[in-house]
Design a protein around this ligand. Structure first.
Ligand SMILES: Cc1ncc(COP(=O)(O)O)c(C=O)c1O
Length: 421
């Protein structure tokens, strides 16, 4: 008999580690035994308003009193309002295809780009993640692709902009794959789980002009960055980038679209492509299309993000976060820090302590062998942020001091070892 009657994601099942979660409140996860863990990564970059955000909870309660199942082909004012809100948030004329999550948004973008151009190939970054469905995984550039190679001629990977700031490698990749065979470039505007790598403005100009010259479409994957993570509503709306990108062809969204309170994703399709489906059949659909519970949460998210008072508090939190993670750049264990808004990656000089050590110490974040990633909720207090970053720094002190020595077992022991009161 297997230990668990379900699968743990992205893990060999034997020995897979999970959080023994009892409840969650605000930014805190309470584990069995009452152990409190400050969530510094918005769970999976999606609970941007924490775990008990009253406006979303209230909207869901109200929705439960009305229509709360999806009727795929029902026209409702709620559906139109949510779609209009998303198009306005993108800031260019377009239409919305609702999905249930990020991978489905990417999957539909790949499908539409291929059908609109009549071409097969999609190029993406060497270091990227686009979702766990077959197409999205096929254009993913990290360990999670794990042999899921799509048929020859489907995808290709261009060098990361960090090592190709002028875009020469991108241009060479386009040339090698055949400019008239490429349906789209699929790009995380700022990569998330692969280390918070943006791209220089000049690189984006080159990408835009390559798309214009070859007829390839530009798919921006904003699943992780969308809805304020890097500052603006979408990462591509950073003023300099927006000027270089001009207008994307597709924008993929999910995760924080509902603050994580219901599964919902969306694909924004530029109006000039959306029109194509006025006369042609759109081969896309879902049983749970435009689910009312997801839409109810999404409407609150869009509304809250647009409130000036919320925006100014968020900007203050971003400034605090920038100071705190910027301060870690001088930590001897830290080789480099990249951050934008409330998203940060720390490159480490020493192997990262195991994820369980952070949990034991009371903080939850993404731990890679040589990197840590933080993405606190927008509702985190500055005091919580300061406490979280200080705990992180203490753990890194301990890691530096005793890279070889076993984990002391408790936070008290770590702080005692690190000589911190
Ligand atoms: C950039 C990006 N795209 C797509 C996805 C897939 O989203 P989902 O897990 O909702 O399918 C993720 C998830 O982590 C992501 O970070």
């Amino acid at each position: 008999m297997a230990a668990r009657p379900y699968f743990v994601t992205w893990s060999a099942q034997e020995g897979a580690v999970e959080l023994a979660l009892e409840r969650a409140e605000g930014q805190t996860l309470f584990l069995q035994g009452g152990h409190a863990v400050l969530d510094l990564v918005s769970t999976s970059f999606h609970t941007n308003f924490g775990h008990s955000f009253a406006p979303i909870l209230e909207a869901l309660r109200q929705q439960l009193g009305g229509v709360c199942t999806s009727i795929a082909k029902a026209s409702t004012p709620q559906r139109s309002a949510a779609a209009r809100g998303l198009v306005d948030a993108v800031g260019h004329p377009g239409r919305i295809l609702f999905t249930l999550g990020g991978a489905e948004s990417v999957e539909n973008a790949l499908k539409l780009a291929r059908s609109l151009t009549g071409r097969a190939r999609v190029l993406s970054r060497c270091k990227s993640y686009h979702g766990a469905t077959l197409g999205a995984l096929g254009v993913t550039g990290d360990w999670r692709r794990n042999g899921q190679v799509l048929p020859e001629g489907f995808g290709g990977f261009f060098p990361d902009p960090a090592s190709d700031p002028e875009g020469d490698g991108l241009a060479a990749c386009v040339a090698a794959h055949g400019p008239d065979r490429i349906a789209a470039l699929c790009i995380e505007t700022v990569s998330g789980a692969n280390g918070v790598h943006g791209a220089p403005v000049g690189w984006w100009r080159r990408a835009r002009s390559l798309c214009d010259a070859t007829g390839a479409l530009l798919i921006l994957d904003e699943v992780l960055c969308g809805f304020g993570r890097t500052g603006p509503c979408f990462a591509f709306q950073d003023a300099a980038l927006a000027a270089a990108i001009v207008e994307p062809d597709f924008v993929c969204m999910a995760k924080a679209l509902t603050g994580g309170y219901a599964p919902l994703g969306a694909l924004w399709v530029s109006e000039r492509h959306a029109r194509h489906y006025d006369a042609e059949v759109l081969s896309a659909g879902l049983t749970h299309y435009a689910h009312p519970l997801g839409l109810a949460a999404a409407e609150v998210v869009l509304d809250v993000l647009a409130q000036p008072a919320f925006q100014s508090e968020k900007r203050a939190l971003e400034a605090c976060f920038s100071t705190l993670v910027g301060g870690l750049a001088t930590h001897p264990a830290v080789a480099g820090v990249r951050h934008a808004g409330l998203l940060a990656a720390l490159d480490l000089r020493v192997p990262a302590p195991p994820w369980e050590h952070f949990i034991e110490a009371g903080i939850h974040l993404v731990v890679k062998p040589d990197m840590l990633i933080l993405a606190p909720a927008f509702t985190t207090t500055q005091a919580e942020l300061a406490r979280g970053v200080s705990l992180l720094s203490i753990l890194l002190d301990a890691q530096m001091a005793s890279a070889e020595a076993p984990w002391p077992g408790t936070l008290e022991a770590v702080t005692a070892e690190a000589g911190t009161p």
